[in-house]
Write a protein that binds this ligand. Structure first.
Ligand code: VGL
Ligand code: ZN
Length: 199
């Protein structure tokens, strides 16, 4: 039987107001996401999970500041404030998120040398997280995404999901974006053009 899953992306303290890489209104989506979780048969969460000194942190690049772009071996990488450090409070899920029914918590960004926006592939677009195989082996062919941030981890996850053949939708009311240099409009268009259902 074709099954569907809800994927809640990075709904962690550091992406909420007061956090290290706060997304405006990030905490406002928690009640909406809780309702989606209640209504979903299968729930998967992703958790941004970086070692201290991660290469996506501006602090690892002397002379560089957060939100600047550098070129890594795998291409361009935006630099971020230190965030979602493994085991820190900032890396915990928002305290009001009701995620006990989740069947999988997928951690990403744990390799020091490479960032991972997408739940499916790291930022070289080649190194797999194993999620596509996990979903296929469980007979899940349809995924619905929500969480933070719309224009980074949600968007790249959604683009990879359709490219991997999953029927993919993004619940925009249950997402909030960072919007760096027009990234929200650009990524929304990319998702639409790729066949992601935006609802
Ligand atoms: C994210 C920037 C860095 C996200 C994660 O969850 O969208 N953005 N790490
Ligand atoms: Zn990150």
């Amino acid at each position: 039987m074709a099954e569907d899953a809800l994927i809640v992306v990075d709904l962690q303290n550091d992406f909420c107001p007061g956090g290290a890489l706060a997304v405006e209104g990030g905490d406002e989506i928690v009640p909406i996401v809780n309702r989606l979780i209640e209504d979903s048969r299968h729930v998967i969460l992703t958790q941004d999970w970086h070692p201290a000194g991660h290469s996506s942190f501006a602090s690892s690049h002397p002379g560089k500041a957060a939100f600047q772009i550098v070129t890594m071996s795998y291409g361009e990488q935006t630099l971020w404030p230190d965030h979602c450090v493994q085991g820190s409070r900032g890396a915990d899920f928002h305290p009001d998120l009701r995620w006990t029914t989740a069947e999988l918590v997928l951690r990403k960004g744990f390799r020091r040398e490479i960032d991972s926006y997408s739940a499916f592939f790291e930022n070289d677009h080649r190194t797999s997280t194993g999620l596509a195989g996990y979903l296929r082996e469980r007979g899940i062919s349809k995924v619905s995404l929500c969480g933070l941030a719309t224009d980074f981890c949600v968007a790249f996850s959604a683009l990879d999901a359709v490219a991997q053949g999953f029927s993919t939708s993004v619940v925009l009311a249950a997402c909030r974006g960072i919007d760096l240099n027009g990234s929200l409009a650009a990524m929304t268009r990319r998702m639409h053009d790729a066949g992601v259902q935006l609802i």
